[in-house]
Design a protein around this ligand. Structure first.
Ligand code: M6R
Length: 581
């Protein structure tokens, strides 16, 4: 993971880089740091924890026209100042920030007997590898990149030159230009809109940045021309700028996200009928993703199976990647990802593509690495999602995949979906109900069909931000093992939105209550059964109920998190983009 941001310009770049790093903090917040040229030497300032700690530590007199910065999610080496980026090479001729993993760093390190390492990181080994190469600075970087294995996006400064050097393989890196300033970062969201245009670095490309130009090179050191991308094409929106808690803000934005998605797919007819026509020819669809995006994929498979009668399946990317898969020519492989930068998901798309399979990407970030592998793209319109726990992106994915299923099936859903998005609102979670259920330390989430997926997602949210050990399971599976855990101190959150499965779920509720378990029932159905706690859902098209129900489960997790005094936006041990395996 990790975020890198570096800037070179005519004035002091400290604030520019700090601002960029704050925009990248979602990628990791174990530690952060900067390096800059100072009277012919390289100076470092690093700090453990969030960027605000670094900000306090930087001397206000620091004035640097060339500056590299980093926000870290620890992979190699514990969280401490020595392992924080930037890393200096042994002879202090260069400093470097890195996002990715150098897989052969142990071997390389063992060959550097003369170097005293100051950290346990793979990055410091890479910095020394560059220092040991000969030639001009760009040649050194290119030669070192040929020896390093794994993934990297790096920004390097050399003490003898007022320039920033960049290299990229498998980790994202962008360069933005405006008169008097050139900046590089892991994500375009780090660029303020004052930049004129930006470039996307491809694998094994290199960039040399100076105050007024960005030059690009291939791995043979040949100069290359790169396409300038326009910022106008990248759409972000920010509707509740004053809300301090991003997760709360992002949940509140969900109705707007849905309206926007509806508008894009129906009013603007973003995807042409010819594309749907082409996709209809395929017999099956296999969804591949991680975490919350995998849950959307599970729903996507259900929707397509039900409406379009396609044969559908889903895999977690880290399993698919090393499984014994056969890539079928009559199957579309659908990759769902908010960031489009998740390492396992990208690796699977790459694998499918190399074996001649069709790749459809459902992503929220237009110029993401995943999209660069796509035969077809279904954009989601969640806008920038900052909180680590995915909320509005999930809702956008589910709605997009439902729309997609309708289009593939040739069913006209427009009126029903319009009605839904126009009336959609987030009802605040009832505080008095929360006070009742807060006492439970053992919580299960159960449901059937699409409600099982909602249960998986509800449990993931609660684990992720409130650190409560809970699971989501199919209601019918309870009696095959998990029921043994149910007692008087157990809360079972039952989601029941499928009318045809009403009695089945009532039987499951009876089984739980007979063992003393307490029930929180989320349903729009008229259940004739006693339960301890109830949330009445709005009546909607059955296939929209996963969106309706997750509004509540996201808020439930948020309430638990806040009550425990935790930070919902930055849960421990996690990062927003999982760009390492
Ligand atoms: O960017 P992606 O959608 O590919 O990310 C996948 C998962 O890492 C992500 O959904 C993760 O599970 C969320 N933090 C869950 O809230």
């Amino acid at each position: 993971m990790c975020g890198i941001c570096a800037s070179i310009g005519s004035g002091n770049q400290v604030q520019n880089v700090l601002r960029g790093l704050k925009d990248l903090e979602y990628r990791g917040y174990d530690s952060s740091g900067i390096a800059y040229l100072d009277k012919g030497e390289i100076s470092l300032c690093r700090s453990v924890g969030q960027i605000c700690n670094l900000e306090k530590k930087i001397d206000e007199k620091v004035c640097a026209k060339v500056l590299i910065g980093h926000t870290r999610w620890a992979t190699h080496g514990r969280v401490c100042e020595e392992n924080s980026h930037p890393h200096l090479s042994f002879k202090k001729t260069l400093a470097m920030v890195h996002n990715g993993i150098i897989e052969n760093f142990e071997t390389l390190k063992s060959e550097m007997k003369d170097v005293e390492f100051r950290s346990q990181t793979d990055t410091e080994v890479f910095a020394n590898l560059i220092e040991r190469q000969s030639g001009k600075n760009v040649e050194k970087l290119i030669s070192a990149s040929k020896i390093a294995k794994g993934s990297f996006a790096v920004a390097v400064i050399f003490k003898d030159e007022e320039k920033i050097y960049c290299a990229k393989r498998k980790s994202p890196l962008y360069v933005a230009y405006r008169k008097g300033q050139v900046m590089t970062a892991s994500d375009i969201s780090a660029f303020e809109n004052k930049f004129e245009y930006f470039y996307i670095l491809e694998d094994d490309e290199f960039a040399v940045l100076s105050e007024d130009e960005a030059l690009f090179f291939d791995c043979n050191g040949e100069k290359i021309e790169k396409e300038k991308k326009n910022f106008e094409k990248v759409e972000f929106f920010d509707v509740f700028p004053d809300e301090k808690c991003f997760m709360r803000k992002e949940i509140a934005e969900e109705p707007i996200v849905l309206k926007r998605t509806f508008f894009k797919y129906f009013s603007e007819k973003l995807i042409s009928e010819a594309v749907f026509q082409e996709l209809r020819k395929y017999k099956s669809f296999h969804f591949i993703a991680c975490g919350t995006a995998y849950h959307s994929g599970l729903l996507g498979a259900e929707f397509l199976q039900f409406f379009a009668k396609k044969s559908c399946s889903a895999s977690v990317a880290s399993e698919f990647r090393y499984g014994f898969q056969t890539i079928k020519k009559d199957c579309v492989y659908v990759f769902v990802s908010q960031s489009g930068e998740t390492a396992d998901t990208i690796a699977c798309a790459d694998l499918v593509k190399k074996k001649g399979g069709k790749v459809l990407c459902v992503t929220n970030v237009p110029y993401s690495s995943l999209n660069s592998l796509a035969d077809f793209i279904l954009p989601t319109f969640a806008g920038k999602e900052v909180a680590v726990a995915s909320t509005k992106a999930y809702v956008a994915q589910v709605f997009t995949l439902l729309t997609f299923a309708g289009k593939i099936a040739g069913i006209d859903m427009e009126d029903e979906l319009r009605k839904f998005v126009l009336n959609c609102k987030i009802t605040q979670f009832d505080r008095s109900l929360f006070k009742e259920i807060y006492k439970f330390k053992k919580i299960f989430f159960v449901g059937r069909g699409q409600d099982y997926v909602t249960s998986l997602e509800g449990a993931l949210k609660l684990k992720e931000i409130a650190y409560i050990n809970c699971i989501g399971i199919p209601a019918g599976e309870l009696k095959h093992g998990t029921l043994a855990l149910v007692d008087e101190e157990t809360l079972v959150v039952v989601t029941s939105t499928r009318g045809d499965l009403k009695e089945k779920i009532e039987n499951n509720i009876q089984e739980i209550r007979a063992r003393g378990g307490k029930i929180l029932l989320l349903s729009q159905l008229d259940h004739n059964i006693d339960v301890e706690y109830k949330i009445k859902l709005e009546e909607n098209l059955e296939w929209l109920m996963p969106i309706e129900s997750i509004f509540y489960l996201q808020q439930l997790a948020l309430e638990f998190c806040l009550e425990k005094g935790l930070d919902p936006d930055k849960p421990r041990n996690l990062a927003k983009s999982v760009t390492v395996e």
